[in-house]
Design a protein around this ligand. Structure first.
Ligand SMILES: Cc1cc2nc3c(=O)[nH]c(=O)nc-3n(C[C@H](O)[C@H](O)[C@H](O)COP(=O)(O)OP(=O)(O)OC[C@H]3O[C@@H](n4cnc5c(N)ncnc54)[C@H](O)[C@@H]3O)c2cc1C
Length: 424
């Protein structure tokens, strides 16, 4: 995307304070400092594609968008990439395979495979159908995963801003102006396309586009490790989790409440069981909040019948997996069934120039309980990244990008696009 009327160089010339800060602070990644205001510097960022949220979906969306040639900017409110995989501690992404063959590959698989290889681990044999679905989830080292994700973003040319989140979104003649806040930073992002990968469709919410959610959502979980008291200093133990009922990722107040409640119950457990706490994730994992009401809504019938959508951009695979107060009893899919995700489920109804990817995909509750797993989120993210990059290039909206073009771009970057007739 071209620089706006007052470009980077002009702004630096016009703003003495900006020029000083640009040198002193490094004005990283092409940001344009505008002014210094009571502790918050205002910067302007231009991009073709803005990705919000750097979890399973957002990381792949950003890398795909940049690899497809779009100038891509990623805003993540946390400290690192990976979202639930890293910060939530759910470091066992699945499922990349179904019924004896790989159904999700592409950028997510590239990252997971390299992570396992660098860590000296072993990958599952996808030609074998496991006894239980979870056996083919891939265990990744979450620390390494976050580092590799950052490296892949840098190599693709994705610029990243941590500790920031959008506060307002406005339509402009060329796309969007998104105001983001971070500590000491106010940022205006001018972009053509947005991909909302926040988990709870938070940008879609800022735009007042319709979202869906249940009155009572599935519990979240706090992940931790305990060990016996007789071996201090040895960070060991198996990963355990405690449900956090009512955990809600919607805003800072509800996330604070969930974290406080999760940590309190772990402290109680440590005291009760007289064991050592050797590991604790910094944040609870959230299973469910808002989903979008998209151009297509994937129903549980679509999901469990393996409906082949005309505009399918990826596969998904996992049992229907709804957690309640009483626990969870996954309902496996029938032999041979492999659900698909349509492009229209990534597009909020009656919107232009915005996509979502990840667990906020347009779906009913039961379909979402299967669609929300990490490999599917990665595949949706990659598809959204391709659609957004092509839309930015052609100066159109993702719904108008020819599906063949999206498919071609995805295959070029290693993804499996339905119907692939088993060719992979
Ligand atoms: C306890 C638990 C167990 C699970 N078990 C499994 C499993 O075994 N296998 C599996 O594959 N999946 C599992 N899942 C599901 C899966 O981990 C998640 O659904 C998936 O990771 C969601 O990916 P995402 O990219 O949509 O969202 P997330 O991973 O949640 O990423 C969203 C990112 O957006 C950021 N963000 C949010 N709001 C904003 C904002 N306003 N501005 C900027 N950034 C923002 C967040 O910080 C985060 O980094 C589990 C989930 C939980 C909670």
């Amino acid at each position: 995307m071209k620089e706006r009327a007052m470009g980077r160089r002009e702004l630096l010339r016009f703003s003495a304070a900006g020029a000083v800060l640009a040198t002193a602070a490094g004005a990283s990644q092409g940001d344009t400092p505008e002014s210094e205001r009571a502790g918050a510097e205002t910067v302007t960022t231009n991009a073709d594609v803005l990705v919000v949220g750097g979890g399973a979906a957002g990381t792949m969306a950003a890398i795909q968008s940049a690899r497809a040639g779009a100038d891509t900017f990623l805003v993540e409110r946390g400290t690192q990439l990976g979202g639930t995989t890293t910060t939530g501690g759910v470091a066992f992404p699945g499922l990349f395979d179904a019924w004896g063959r790989q159904i999700i590959a592409g950028i997510g698989w590239e990252l997971v495979r390299e992570c396992v290889e660098l860590d000296g681990g072993a990958l599952p044999d996808f030609s074998k159908v496991p006894e239980h679905h979870w056996m083919n989830q891939v265990r990744v080292n979450p620390f390494l995963y976050a580092l590799l994700a950052e490296e892949k973003c840098a190599q693709a040319g994705v610029r990243i801003a941590y500790y920031e989140f959008p506060q307002s979104v406005r339509e402009t003649a060329e796309g969007w102006m998104v105001e983001c806040a971070g500590f000491g930073t106010r940022r205006r992002v001018f972009c053509r396309q947005i991909i909302d990968c926040t988990g709870g469709a938070e940008v879609v919410g800022l735009l007042n586009l319709p979202r869906l959610r249940e009155a009572e959502t599935q519990p979240g979980s706090m992940l931790f490790m305990l060990d016996t008291p007789d071996d201090p200093g040895r960070p060991a133990g198996a990963l355990e989790s405690l449900y956090v009922h009512g955990a809600d990722s919607t805003n800072s107040r509800t996330v604070t409440e969930a974290n406080l409640a999760g940590r309190k119950s772990i402290l109680e457990k440590v005291r009760r069981e007289k064991r050592r706490l050797t590991h604790l994730q910094p944040e609870a994992g959230f299973r469910e909040s808002f989903r979008i009401d998209g151009e297509t809504l994937v129903t549980v019938d679509d999901y469990t019948s393996g409906r082949m959508f005309d505009d399918a951009v990826c596969y998904a695979f996992y049992p229907v997996d709804l957690h309640t107060r009483g626990g969870v009893t996954p309902k496996p899919l029938r032999q041979g069934i492999v659900p698909t995700v349509p492009l229209r489920a990534l597009i909020p109804k009656r919107s232009r120039n915005i996509l979502v990817a990840g667990r906020c995909v347009s779906s009913d509750r039961l379909a979402n309980s299967g669609l929300r797993v990490q490999a599917s989120c990665m595949a949706m993210g990659q598809a959204a990244g391709a659609a957004a990059a092509l839309a930015a290039r052609e100066n159109t909206t993702p719904l108008n990008v020819p599906l063949e073009e999206i498919g071609k771009t995805l295959r070029m970057h290693g993804a499996i696009v339905p119907p692939d007739n088993g060719r992979g």
